[in-house]
Design a protein around this ligand. Structure first.
Ligand SMILES: Nc1nc2c(ncn2[C@@H]2O[C@H](COP(=O)(O)OP(=O)(O)OP(=O)(O)O)[C@@H](O)[C@H]2O)c(=O)[nH]1
Ligand SMILES: [Mg+2]
Length: 320
């Protein structure tokens, strides 16, 4: 366990790009360490510089392969890159994440690429709470670009996607894929779409369907962003330059339209909310067996108070 006197030193070493210091800081996040408070305070002056790109899509669609190819493209442009592979659905780092490490091995020896898998380990608040803090660490560790790959499907995937500046949704050719995407709510979250595995039959149909579905979606005015659809074969890095161009174009639009700052404020609000709820749950946990809760429970059972009013009293007591 690091002492708080080590925090400043850890942050300095992380800012120098020392991988071990970055790893240590992200472990503090994963473990919900009490040291996170001084760490987050120390990171404040260095936050907000990195571009955060989320990659999401069904299992096996090619997120890790695409991430690897995007990393290579940004490295060629001389950018320092962080990669965070998060699994919102599992409390453990599973085989998928191990597979990611293997696919990323091209970059394993590059000191300007930092790759990390992260699981929630079941602590309060889970990844909704941990991911933004890990992003702060990578941001402060002088990464120009941070790629967040979410593993797993479902609502949590959409949630994690909400933590990026730019969300890239991956699909693969196949009947009904665009329809599936619409059902999964994925057509609302993508800023850029990639139809990967374009070496397979049906890619053009999927691209067409997807463009059609996107055009049917949210009504867009002249200055609004229109999500492009790019065809890729990630295993051969085909289409990846175009994909990176689309990501960069979205970034420019975010800045020019003032949307970046709004998105980041919304993200910070969610982060504060998650931390607040966690703090309240901890306090509520402390109250279990507390006289105040027992008294309120007795009043409810006796028919002298309704549970909403009782809850209001408890919230008042907690926040007093
Ligand atoms: N034919 C073809 N195969 C691909 C392409 N991209 C990725 N693959 C293969 O698809 C498989 C899954 O790729 P991953 O990059 O691990 O996919 P993923 O979305 O990260 O998978 P999970 O993290 O498990 O959800 C691997 O065997 C890849 O080699 C592609 O463009 N064409
Ligand atoms: Mg993967």
């Amino acid at each position: 366990m690091a002492r708080s006197t080590d925090v400043a030193d850890l942050v300095t070493r992380a800012r120098d790009g020392q991988a071990r210091a970055v790893a240590r800081l992200i472990s503090l996040v994963e473990d919900a360490s009490p040291l996170l408070r001084p760490v987050m305070a120390a990171l404040v002056p260095y936050a907000g510089r990195a571009t955060v790109i989320g990659l999401t899509g069904a299992p096996g669609v090619g997120k890790s392969t695409t991430t690897g190819a995007i990393v290579a493209a940004y490295r060629r442009a001389g950018r320092r890159v962080g990669v965070l592979a998060v699994d919102p659905s599992s409390p453990f780092s599973g085989g998928a994440l191990l597979g990611d490490r293997i696919r990323m091995q091209d970059h394993a020896l590059d000191p300007d690429v930092y790759i990390r898998s992260m699981a929630s380990r079941g602590h309060l608040g889970g990844l909704a709470w941990a991911t933004p803090q890990a992003l702060r660490v990578l941001d402060a560790a002088s990464c120009d670009v941070v790629l967040v790959e979410t593993v797993g499907v479902g609502q949590s995937e959409v949630e994690v996607a909400g933590m990026a500046d730019t969300t890239c949704v991956l699909l693969a050719p196949g009947m009904g894929d665009a329809v599936q995407a619409a059902k999964a709510g994925i057509l609302e979250i993508g800023d850029v779409y990639a139809v990967n595995k374009a070496d397979r039959e049906g890619a053009d149909t999927t691209v067409r369907e997807l463009r059609h579905m996107i055009s049917l979606g949210a009504r867009r005015g002249p200055g609004d962003w229109r999500p492009p659809v790019v065809k890729t074969v990630a295993t051969r890095a085909e289409g990846v330059e175009e994909l990176v161009e689309a990501l960069d174009a979205h970034r420019r639009w975010l800045v020019d339209s003032g949307t970046l700052v709004l998105r980041r404020r919304r993200r910070a609000a969610k982060e504060i909310e998650a931390i607040t709820l966690t703090a309240l749950r901890v306090r509520l946990g402390d109250l279990r067996g507390d006289d105040r809760l027992d008294e309120l429970a007795a009043l409810v059972v006796d028919g002298r108070l309704d549970p909403y009013a009782a809850a209001d009293r408890l919230v008042d007591a907690l926040t007093a």
